[in-house]
Design a protein around this ligand. Structure first.
Ligand code: GRG
Length: 292
């Protein structure tokens, strides 16, 4: 297996699993159409791919990590639907199409997010138990990362920081929770699905924490250097919302340097895992060089 092609080669598997997760025949049709509209709209599928690569990096079967891979993508998609609502970022364009509330209306979009959030826990609960972790352990892991100590904490801190001058330390705190928590948990769930020992979980956690921040620094850079067509979402939003960003606090060159530093630090965390971690290293490199 060529580590550089890991991401691309696992995409069909992820897409198929997500397609199966929410049936187009489920009733009532409206809510399931709205959920599928955002879930199956593409997206890089970074979090499920990290989940599968983590299972592999600790010597486990990737297929065991598929319920978690679907779960983290459901949580991610729910967060995007809610983040795009008029009461949050008020965005019109996501994953190359009109945002969920523009198509289905605000009430159904809120419910589509809620439906995906709930479905995530049903999916992760389907994980085969192993000698170290029960499905309940994985449910708890996902709840912590996506709840008011993780993703939601980040979102609240972010909302509270709008139009304020905040120091770098605060920006890091926001993105550790808002972006980093789910990325780190994607890796941890992949490894937990195959019963990884605690020390391997620690290496992956460190990798995820650095990679999550690197991902956000690059996201901030692309918000000013890329195009709507490439990103499939609106650009320049951070500036118009008066948000603190890495380029704003460090300058564009400083932000690029920081992304490189964080990626190198992420890579170093995986040294103890040896060649099994090659796909994760390739993913980190791809993210650093990405233009969308
Ligand atoms: C609880 C009401 C309520 C809302 C939740 C937590 C939250 C709102 C929003 C956070 C969502 C957010 C925009 C996080 C930032 C992370 C980020 C850069 C997301 C974009 O991820 P990509 O680039 O997107 O992986 P694709 O579309 O490729 O999957």
């Amino acid at each position: 297996m060529n580590p550089k092609t890991f991401w691309k080669s696992r995409l069909p598997l992820v897409e198929k699993a997500l397609d199966r997760l929410i049936s187009p025949q489920a009733n009532p049709p409206l809510i399931h159409r709205a959920m599928r509209y955002s879930l199956l709209a593409g997206g890089k599928r970074l979090r499920p791919i990290l989940c599968l690569a983590a299972a592999r990096a600790v010597g486990g079967k990737e297929s065991y990590a598929l319920p978690s891979a679907c779960a983290v993508e459901c949580i991610h998609t729910y967060s995007l639907i809610h983040d795009d609502l008029p009461c949050m970022d008020d965005d019109h364009f996501r994953r190359g199409r009109p945002t969920n509330h523009r198509v289905y209306g605000e009430a159904v979009a809120v419910l589509a997010g809620d439906g995906l959030l709930t479905q995530a826990f049903a999916s992760v609960a389907r994980t085969k138990p192993n000698r170290r972790y029960s499905p309940a352990d994985l449910v708890t892991e996902l709840a912590h990362a996506s709840g008011s100590l993780g993703l939601i904490a980040g979102q609240v801190l972010d909302l509270d920081s709008e139009k304020k001058r905040i120091p770098l330390k605060r920006l890091v705190e926001i993105h550790r929770a808002k972006t980093g928590a789910l990325i780190t948990t994607s890796l941890r769930l992949g490894a937990m699905s195959v019963g990884a020992p605690p020390e391997k979980l620690r290496h992956l956690t460190r990798f995820g924490q650095s990679l999550g921040l690197a991902f956000q620094v690059i996201d901030d850079i692309l918000d000013i250097t890329s195009t709507k067509a490439k990103l499939g979402k609106s650009i320049g939003k951070d500036q118009s919302a008066g948000k603190a960003t890495y380029p704003k606090l460090l300058g564009l060159a400083g932000a690029k340097k920081e992304a490189g530093r964080l990626t190198a630090s992420a890579r170093a965390s995986l040294r103890p895992l040896g060649s099994a971690a090659a796909p994760l290293l390739a993913i980190a490199d791809t993210l650093l060089g990405r233009d969308h």
